[in-house]
Design a protein around this ligand. Structure first.
Ligand code: GDP
Ligand code: MN
Length: 382
């Protein structure tokens, strides 16, 4: 789960990192009021879950009220790489002498945390990593010990940070590691980490991703989820505990197991169709689960036909079929459904479907056959 910059900064502050004073606002009037309260100059910053806001015109300095108003007006509603700006962070502007880069993430191959640091901050770090990898210092950390101040100092010295600010920058690295480990983050990044003209080190930006699976340990972080930019259906699905990803085609897809759903998407594409979503019902086969999943799929008005692709292992096809019959009786869908049941108790499952004689339901035996049929039905129905 990605956090907005200002939310990341709030986590940083909890762990003793120095951040600039600021306010999160959603209207031009509140932005101007916040700017007046903070005192000029301020920075007006778009809060969206995507990087490169500066280049896209989403980060602007304002020297007075008129400028604050102008920037807030221009940035609210701005489309940054497909993300519409609904929230602004108004922050007291900092004077920048130098911009560094710092991050902590999980190094899966080393099975250890990884600290990265570079003097080349403020720019696209991927570019630094690609063109001048020697300028990106990387150090694995022993997870049982954590990042010590000595290790952090070694990193900043190796990078070439000037003597007088080494201690400050190393302190930020230690705190950033603490944020990462204690908040169960998968990424904690500061770009830029700045040095001010009075030789202080400070986090000017924050990019934090939290581990969804660990959110139960952090009730207060779970509330930080940013839903304004979220797709309505994805939101409903998440609330119901269903794995759902919206796509832009017209064939609704449901399968059990992520692997099966992915290959279903491929087979539908191979048959000339275009999937409207990815939905993994997991092991859920009862009527409630299937009704909820069907509801989510049908709430997308683009869906012209639906493919249920169930491979029964632990999940039994007869149970799925009963769930489907009940879900259909409750929802009475009007678009055609192709239902492929294979595996445990598939014969019984297909019998249940046939007996129920649901209108608009087409049982299928093979995956490719099912895909071809659903593509044809979607074409007829559009
Ligand atoms: P990003 O483009 O999404 O990574 O947004 P950042 O928060 O990193 O801001 C982009 C750039 O704006 C930074 O690299 C800085 O150069 C500049 N910037 C941000 N805040 C300030 C500030 O307080 N003062 C000054 N002078 N520049 C700032
Ligand atoms: Mn940045």
């Amino acid at each position: 789960m990605d956090l907005l910059e200002y939310q990341g900064k709030q986590l940083f502050a909890r762990h003793g990192l120095e951040i600039s004073e600021g306010r999160a606002v959603t209207t031009v009037e509140d932005a101007v009021a916040a700017a007046n309260e903070l005192g000029y100059p301020v920075v007006v910053k778009a809060q969206v879950l995507v990087g490169g806001r500066g280049k896209a015109g989403g980060v602007k300095l304002a020297g007075d009220e008129a400028e604050a108003r102008e920037h807030a007006t221009n940035i609210l509603g701005l489309d940054i790489k497909g993300h519409i700006v609904h929230t602004l962070w108004i922050e007291k502007a900092s004077d920048i002498e130098t911009e560094y880069y710092a991050s902590v993430l999980l190094d899966r191959s080393a099975k250890k945390p990884l600290v990265m640091f570079s003097l080349e901050g403020g720019v696209d770090i991927e570019e630094v990593a690609e063109k001048t990898p020697e300028k990106l210092i990387k150090r694995n950390v022993d997870p049982l010990v954590g990042l010590t101040k000595d290790e952090a100092l070694e990193i900043v010295k190796t990078a070439g940070v000037p003597d007088d600010v080494q201690d400050g920058v190393a302190g930020i690295l230690v705190a950033l590691y603490e944020v990462w480990i204690e908040e169960d983050a998968t990424l904690a990044e500061i770009n830029p980490l700045i040095i001010t003209p009075d030789r202080k080190a400070k986090a000017l930006d924050a990019k934090v991703s939290l581990d969804e699976s660990a959110l139960f340990r952090h009730k207060e972080n779970a509330e930080l989820r940013y839903t304004q930019g979220e797709d309505e259906q994805e939101k409903t699905a998440r609330e119901k505990g269903i794995t759902y990803v919206a796509l832009d085609g017209d064939i609704g897809i449901l399968g059990n197991g992520a692997g099966l759903v992915m290959s279903t998407l491929d087979v539908v594409a191979q048959a000339g169709g275009s999937p409207a979503n990815f939905l993994d019902a997991g092991g859920g086969s009862d009527a409630d689960k299937i009704t909820e999943a069907t509801q989510v799929i049908l709430s997308n008005p683009n869906v012209k036909a639906v493919l249920f692709n169930i491979f029964g292992g632990i999940t039994r096809c007869d149970e799925v079929a009963n769930g489907l019959v009940e879900a259909f009786n409750r929802l009475k869908p009007t678009v055609p459904f192709v239902v492929r049941l294979d595996g445990t108790n598939d014969v019984a499952g297909r019998e249940i479907l046939e007996k129920a004689a649901l209108p608009n339901v087409y049982p299928a035996k093979t995956m490719l056959g099912a895909a071809e049929q659903v593509v044809a039905l979607a074409k007829e129905n559009s």
